[in-house]
Design a protein around this ligand. Sequence first.
Ligand SMILES: [Zn+2]
Length: 322
Amino acid sequence: MARSRWLGTVSDMKILAVDLGGTHATCALIEEKRILESETVSLPESASLADALKVIAPPLSRMHSQGMADAIGFGFCGLVDSRHTRIASTNGKYIDAVSLDLSEWARTSFNLPLRLENDARLALLGECYCGAAQGETDVVMFTLGTGIGGVAMIDGQLLRGKHEQAGVLGGHAPVTLTGRRCTCGGIGCAESEASGWALPLVAKSWLGFSASSLASRKIDFENLFSCASAGDAVAGELVKHCLQVWGAAAVSAIHAFDPELLVYGGGVMRSADAILPFLQEYVASNAWTPWGTVRVRAAQLGNEAALLGVVPLFATEAPLVR
Ligand SMILES: [Zn+2]
């Protein structure tokens, strides 16, 4: 089983983990399943990746000098060519990233080897290593937040594909032919119908929205679920719309990747009690899985998943060479 391969090969390693998002980066020192210490730093809005590296270098240096790390595992919020330790594409931010050599940066700055992976793939690795997907080999993870992230593992291996896109575009599965234009260029993606950035657009164009209690509040998922549970009819209709969108995306992912487990993370899962039972029922009723029923489960590790995911990142690849 994949997990047993991970254990035993990394037991003596200390790894510096970096989870680089759009506005913040978290640096941590990891030993097996423990985060020995971590520090989150803010990144300037206009930061290039070169600028971001200058911001994260001091905390990494401090942790390295205290903990004597063996390697750096770097999670990045874009398309990553992990086999060549290269950032393949970014979405608007960090446009210098594709031309930067992070391995060289790690060698020069810390005298350490570096491995690079997409942050969503690292989050799934973390959940498989010590979270909601322990012992699982065939998993799809969705992250419901500002956007909708996706990642797939088949037979214990992260799906990557020829162009590093395989499995990570589940949020851009079309769920309606007459929907909104998405940031990806498509129409009616799950993300453009039921994500944090799309929700205000969807809500404001909903019939009867001006009479909804949501109209006088910030339109986010927390307020949406709150208004719906208080009996607001429009909020209830919007919740049903979002649940059906996520359900359709789940069925698409099941038919594409043949998982046995769906894991859901992201800020929207603060309302997990209103989401997971619906998705479990939707999947049971709508996915064609004659072998049984795909299970639906909440992620367990939150923001720590991508940090802990660096451990199997090192154990599942070729032997580490300094
Ligand atoms: Zn899209």
